[in-house]
Design a protein. Sequence first.
Length: 375
Amino acid sequence: MAKNRVIYQSDALYVSKSVNSTGSNDHAQLRRVQSANYSLNISRQDINQFGQLARLEAVILEAPTVSFDMSYYLGDGYNEQALNFKNSSTLDQGFISGQISSTSGQNIYILTSPEGVDANFSETSEGNSTIGIGNAFLTDYSLEASVGGIPTVSVSFEGTNMNANSDISGSDSGFSGISGVGIDPEAGTIIANQNSGISFPAAAQGTGTNVPTALRPGDIALSFANADGDAAVSLDGAGSAHVQSVSMSIPLSRTPIDRLGSRFSFARVVDFPITPTLSVSAIVSETEEMSLAGIINDDQFIDDMQITFKDSDTNQTPRAVYKMTNLKLDSQSISSSIGPNKTVDLTFSLSIGGPTDTDNNVFFSGSNAVSVLGN
């Protein structure tokens, strides 16, 4: 039966372990997804000649780049593990080390169930479809948490291929008969084992014991080590400013590597250095001692910053922890006017070292204990 429209109830988003993954165990459904957007632009070179006004042809000289971005509510690290980020309970493994070392990326699939059917409860044998983005590489990871809002993660990808499938078989055990989207960049063809051989596990709510449905802003703790004298306000401890929002961005811009004989980019390598930023906005309470002259004369690193997202249970169990080390304060802006509270905006940054650098890095720990894509 033809669909009249598609709304969010019918979509489920899956990611693969690698570009040549086929089995359902190598695909995971992401949880608490709030939005997903994807597009591609095809750049062509017109071929003209003397004696003719209209073009002879419009040739594709460079493979189009498929753009994909999505947002989801922060949880217990399940999504981060599915996206090949490091989840280290001891906060000693670089969060993006898997992204730095990745040479092929992942495949992303948007599964759509029949109209009016929740994808998470779909057991229909027909009417399902998919849109896939192949050889997708992460280009940005951002976290936003603020008073009055649920902590949200936004991620962006650049892919090499895109396809669509209809009439996907579905049952209570999952989905099968999906044509894969991963390609061999040198040959410019679909990887052989992906032709109609992809399977997904059944879509589900992603709930259960010790799985938070959402994290609340009132259960967030922000702490700094050795930050005295850098800012005119304190951000943790007694007399600290009243933090209203915190945002973290990890940019991972990439340069496509092309070569003669390859129709697609042979690789998409990370541009270094990688410089994550942390922005904090707060209502000013007490003023702390600081001196710009003192900072200039003795500019020390801030040892580390930690954001802890706790569950709303009685034990306040930590569900997600981010740690940034060896930061520098880049700017602080104080605003005061008639009417609103006096506020301060602070921006910090760090420079990430190699995958094994534990002194200059971003670290993450999530409470998820379920194996995700073999992690």
